[in-house]
Design a protein around this ligand. Structure first.
Ligand code: ZN
Length: 110
């Protein structure tokens, strides 16, 4: 399993599939599965019957998890897709943009 280089809140760009080229923020990271959910990407429509929670039912839109290999990190500083480098800082690994060298806002656990 490759190391997870992405964290919730990161912006990524989609590299393949129907949403290729789309950018979105990561909503959820499933580390063990190597999958992420990205806002507005890989959206499916679910027809649902009325339930106690959702009294009207109807069509729900939901993002499906997708493999991290299908996206690339977008650096918040230079606003370009970039590879991620790591610098170990105490208990956490600081992520650095390989393009501009700026650290990402959210370090990931080592
Ligand atoms: Zn950068």
């Amino acid at each position: 399993m490759a190391k997870m280089r992405l964290a919730a809140g990161d912006t990524v760009v989609v590299l393949a599939g129907k949403d290729k080229g789309k950018r979105g923020k990561i909503k959820l990271v499933q580390r063990s599965l190597g999958k992420i959910e990205v806002e507005g990407v890989n959206v499916v429509k679910r027809h649902s019957k009325p339930t106690a929670k959702n009294t009207k039912g109807g069509i729900l839109e939901k993002e499906l998890p997708m493999p991290v290999s299908k996206v690339m990190y977008v650096c918040p500083k230079c606003n370009k897709p970039s590879k991620v480098a790591f610098a170990v800082k105490g208990q956490s690994r600081e992520r650095l943009c390989r393009r501009c060298g700026e650290p990402a806002d959210r370090p990931v656990k080592a």
